[in-house]
Ligand binder design. Structure first.
Ligand SMILES: CC(C)(COP(=O)(O)OP(=O)(O)OC[C@H]1O[C@@H](n2cnc3c(N)ncnc32)[C@H](O)[C@@H]1OP(=O)(O)O)[C@@H](O)C(=O)NCCC(=O)NCCS
Length: 172
C-alpha cells in the first residue's frame, strides 16, 4: 500500500475531524473546536498518512489524462511540553487501513520528531476499555503507570501510559 507521511496542512482539517468521529465513540471523539485547538498549540504538530488508492483514467478528446486521488488514511497529533515530555494527543487510522502498519508508521514518525526536540519520554491517555489502543501501545513499548477515573466526558476512565525515550532504542 503506497502510504506516504507528510505534515498537516490547514485544508486537511475537516477530513481529520471526520476521521476522528469515525475512530472514537461520542464522548471521546473531539469537537471541531477541541481538535483545532490541539493542532494549533504552540508546540504541537500533526502528521498525516496519505494513500494513493487509484489512478483513474479521465476521458479526453486528444489524449488520456490521469488524475491521482489522494486519501488521508490516518493522522497523529502530538506535542512537546516545556519539560521535554512528549504527549500523543490522538492517533486515528480509518478502519479500512488498520492492521497494515499505518498507525505504527505515524507513531514512529512522531516519536522521532519528539526525540529530535529533546524529549526524554512520551505520555498519553487511552480509554481503559480501548483494548486495541492498549495492545497497540504495548507493542510499541508503552506501559501503564497511572489511571485517571472519569477522565473522558462520557465517564470512562483513562489509562496513563508512558514510554521512556532515553532507554528505548532510537525510533526508526
Ligand atoms: C490504535 C490504532 C491507531 C492502530 O492503528 P493500526 O494502523 O491498525 O496499527 P498497526 O497496523 O501499526 O498495528 C501495530 C500493532 O499494534 C497491535 N494492534 C493493532 N491493532 C490491534 C488490535 N485490533 N488488536 C490487537 N492488537 C492490535 C498489534 O500488535 C499490531 O501488530 P500486528 O498487526 O503485526 O499484530 C487504530 O486501531 C485506531 O485508529 N483506532 C481507533 C482510534 C484509537 O483508539 N486511537 C488510540 C487511542 S489515542
Amino acid at each position: 500500500m503506497p502510504i506516504t507521511l507528510r505534515d498537516f496542512r490547514n485544508p486537511d482539517f475537516e477530513t481529520l475531524w471526520t476521521i476522528d468521529q469515525r475512530c472514537f465513540p461520542p464522548g471521546i471523539s473531539y469537537s471541531r473546536l477541541e481538535l483545532a485547538a490541539y493542532i494549533r498549540r504552540p508546540r504541537a504538530f500533526a502528521i498525516v498518512a496519505e494513500d494513493v488508492p487509484a489512478i483513474i483514467p479521465q476521458p479526453s478528446t486528444f489524449k488520456s489524462a490521469y488524475k491521482k486521488r489522494l486519501q488521508i488514511a490516518g493522522f497523529i497529533v502530538a506535542e512537546a511540553s516545556l519539560r521535554n515530555l512528549g504527549h500523543i494527543i490522538t492517533i486515528d487510522v480509518l478502519p479500512e487501513y488498520r492492521r497494515s502498519g499505518v498507525g505504527s508508521r505515524l507513531l514512529l514518525a512522531a516519536e522521532q520528531r519528539l526525540q529530535a526536540t529533546g524529549c526524554s519520554g512520551i505520555v498519553l491517555e487511552a480509554a481503559v476499555d480501548n483494548q486495541t489502543a492498549l495492545s497497540f501501545y504495548q507493542r510499541h513499548g508503552f506501559s501503564q503507570f497511572n489511571k485517571v477515573e472519569r477522565y473522558y466526558p462520557n465517564g470512562t476512565d483513562a489509562a496513563i501510559l508512558r514510554k521512556d525515550l532515553l532507554s528505548a532504542p532510537q525510533a526508526s
